[in-house]
Design a protein around this ligand. Structure first.
Ligand SMILES: [Zn+2]
Length: 178
């Protein structure tokens, strides 16, 4: 799969031109609210919201929920699981996608819905996955050879959609470099 987030190869430099500019464009769609989403995505986001409330986030007080729709019909949820030894915790997105990989190793993830709620203030802007989670999502997108649509939001307000991890992680590192 020629993944759109990969660096274009071969990268040729001609003669005296040592520096080339390479412009990367990403595309997001933004919905005004959950109610604007297609019905099936609303349901998935609703599952992410339910999962979010069960997050174990006593340290950050920032609860995140994720829900995945698999092509086999199953829905997988995840939420952040924190730890007193901070790096031992894990984000909602990776909890969910690793669970999907463990329980349904041959299924493909079609869609991921993500929502976050701070216990300190109202979260009204879309909350994208962190860099580490983007890398994990990219691995599964490349593995399954089909894009994962990612919808993300705060507690209320607009919902952003990336049609592929390529739009959230340009120039990703993948197996093609190994
Ligand atoms: Zn993360």
């Amino acid at each position: 799969m020629n993944h759109p987030a990969r660096f274009p190869k071969p990268c040729r430099y001609n003669g005296r031109q040592y520096v080339k500019k390479h412009k990367i464009e990403i595309n997001l769609e933004v919905y005004d609210s959950v109610s604007e989403l297609p019905q099936d995505i609303q349901k998935l986001m609703n599952k992410a919201q339910q999962a979010r409330e069960d997050a174990y986030a006593p340290y950050s007080r920032f609860k995140v929920g994720a829900a995945l729709q698999l092509d086999s019909g199953e829905t997988i949820i995840g939420n952040n699981q924190e730890n007193a030894a901070f790096p031992s915790g894990l984000c909602a997105e990776r909890v969910a996608i690793y669970q999907a990989g463990a329980a349904y190793p041959t299924a493909s993830v079609k869609t991921m819905a993500i929502t976050a709620r701070s216990l300190k203030q109202e979260t009204t802007t879309p909350i994208p996955p962190c860099g580490a989670c983007r890398q994990a999502i990219a691995e599964y997108e490349i593995k399954q050879e089909s894009p994962i649509a990612i919808y993300f939001m705060g507690e209320t307000g607009k919902v952003a959609k990336a049609a592929s991890i390529a739009d959230l992680l340009p120039l990703l590192f993948d197996k093609s470099y190994l």
